[in-house]
Design a protein around this ligand. Structure first.
Ligand code: ZN
Ligand code: ZN
Length: 338
């Protein structure tokens, strides 16, 4: 537990094997109200750790009055339902959170066949699409493990862009920042010039912008626009949901945008020779630069799917900008450089 400013604490919630590491949860204190941002994934270690850190501040779960979720990814909101049970706190999330929970719910029966169909449509060979099939024992095991990280919950209060949440002397301006997830919000606290950036801006990781189960026409375009909007804010300190706090927000935003622009240029160059599918594009790119670069063929099944989804976010953006056109061949979507 670290005190960041008057009435603002950072709580580290451990989450083993998470690609992005532990979660930074934040506690904001009003006079009699306590708001918890992103309680983390549902693990006993995480729950106990959160309880211990709250006790260091002289609080218990029962004191939490509001739980605010930056976006409905399991590492951020999996524990929200369990904390709510102990506290009767109200869960607050963006109005799009409902759609995200529905499409990401790990136990949802329709999810896996839809995923197989989606993979085939984007050019994955049958054996790989079927590795994502519901009868695959490895996938079943993985799905069951993921399901444990989430306690079922519903949101009590939905919020929209530009709304303000007040808490004692603190206030949080809601900034809808879709791209990493359609429901992602950042929160700006003007008196301390603090930005709670969630996963939208991280100091050492380029966020995944994917296009799989949501219906957005241009998630990468949304992501870049939401980044550019944040550059206008007067920010002294950025408090992200993973890794460490940092101060130079515009510089980090520039780095992230450049990273996506470089990848887009590379993808466009790969389309120079012939039209390709999202699967072909993903398989011609080296992924996971932080891990030293991994060839697509060497990625685990779920990471391959994320890679295809990541390539697709670029292709959709290029289609939106008029740089590529799509066409169907044998029920598979191809992208052609205009
Ligand atoms: Zn996330
Ligand atoms: Zn995260």
């Amino acid at each position: 537990m670290t005190q960041i400013a008057d009435g603002i604490y950072q709580l580290k919630v451990p989450f083993a094997n998470n690609p992005q590491g532990d979660i930074n949860s934040y506690l904001l204190c009003g006079s009699k109200e306590y708001l918890l941002i992103d309680p983390g994934a549902n693990t006993d270690t995480g729950f106990d750790s959160l309880q211990r850190q709250l006790a260091e501040i002289g609080l218990g779960f029962k004191d939490i009055t509001r739980i605010l979720i930056t976006h409905c990814h399991i590492d951020h909101y999996g524990l929200a339902g369990r904390v709510k049970e102990r506290s009767q706190a109200k869960i607050i999330a963006h109005s799009r959170a409902k759609d995200v929970i529905q499409t990401r719910e790990p136990t949802r029966e329709k999810g896996i066949p839809q995923r197989e169909q989606w993979l085939k449509l984007n050019g994955a060979p049958s054996f790989e699409a079927e590795a994502n099939h519901q009868h695959d024992p490895q996938l079943q095991k993985q799905t069951a493990e993921i399901a444990k990280l989430f306690v079922s919950m519903t949101t009590d209060i939905t919020i929209e862009d530009n709304e303000t949440i007040s808490l004692g002397g603190l206030s949080l301006k809601v900034l809808w920042a879709p791209g990493h997830s359609p429901d992602h919000i950042c929160l700006y606290e003007p008196s301390n010039k603090i930005l709670f950036s969630g996963d939208h801006v991280l100091p050492g990781t380029i966020p995944q912008v994917s296009s799989e189960s949501h219906s957005e026409t241009n998630p990468l375009g949304d992501f870049i626009s939401s980044l550019n909007r944040l550059k206008q804010l007067d920010v002294n300190l950025v408090l992200p949901a993973h890794e460490h706090q940092f101060s130079d927000l515009p510089a980090r935003i520039e780095e992230v945008i450049q990273n996506f622009q470089q990848r887009s240029a590379k993808i466009l160059a790969l389309l120079n020779t012939e039209p390709k599918t999202a699967y072909q594009i993903a398989s011609e790119i080296v992924w996971r630069p932080k891990a030293g670069g991994v060839k697509f063929q060497d990625l685990e099944t779920w990471r391959k799917r994320m890679a295809i989804s990541g390539a697709l976010a670029h292709l959709k953006a290029m289609k939106f900008e008029g740089k590529v056109t799509t066409f169907f061949r044998d029920d598979i979507i191809y992208y052609r450089h205009n």
